[in-house]
Design a protein around this ligand. Sequence first.
Ligand code: GLN
Length: 321
Amino acid sequence: MSDKISVSLMQELLQEAYDKIKNDTGGANANYIPYLANIPSSLFGISVCLSNGEVVEVGDTNYAFGIESVSKVPTAILVMKQYGAQTLLDKIGADATGLPFNSIMAILLEKDHPSTPLVNAGAIAACSMVKPTGDPNGKWEAITDFLEALCGSKLVLIDELYKSETATNFNNKSIAWLLKNYDRIYDDPDLSLDLYTRQCSMGVTTRQLAIAGGTIASDGVNPVTGTKVFEAGISPQIVSLIATVGFYEHTGDWLYTSGIPAKTGVGGGVMGVVPGLMGIAAFAPPLDSAGNSVKAQKAIRYIANKLGVNVFGHKKFEIVQ
Ligand code: GLN
């Protein structure tokens, strides 16, 4: 027997989650990137993209916020697509660090690889590996083309965020050059860091992130545009990377309480993936101590628990009209 999920049920559930959580005052905007500190803290949106292409949403779902570390997922997929899943494992790795996303200690402790493309070190290494398109700006074009295919629509760089982050990313500069010391970055460190900083500064809506999650949940076929974005064979590895380290040092607590592999960004976005069923995204700027949006995680957890959706569980779901 499978449980039935319909658009109207999802709409009700999203509204219920939104109403329950919207006045939560926990957390604080990221303050180490000046642009993010100034985003209105009360913004809050939730979107779901079902694998049949239906999108259900509530709240500020058209507000373009900084994608930040959620961008680590698309670029990791692009590298897997260009080189294969094994090369990503060999050159970057797939282990959780158990440490903050920007940890230098993590690189020192495990100097044979940056551990995973979903922390800063591995993400900068992933940017260094991207094969360019034929354009003079080819690496950047390859990254943005892929991100847009995953989201199913155009994204715009938030120039003010890019400048703000470039002016203050001293820790990330150290990471890029430390990787160079260990031969774990595969292009010029400054250029690779710039690509990483730019990808983190792309504006994205919860709708676009839910569709990106829906594309990963649908084995690489974008459920809204119908475009095949990547080969189905790499889906399990992508979801395993997200499950392993998506919430950094809070990942175990997150998975234990929500059952949904999800990736966060310090812009306040979270993108979750339920293979075969849906992508789910939420956004609210105030963050917990690990840099994960407080309201977005509460919203996704509430919806997952209410539905009984859990990638470690047995319950089956059928999408009905
Ligand atoms: N651009 C941010 C940084 O490198 C991304 C961090 C994040 O979203 N966790 O610090």
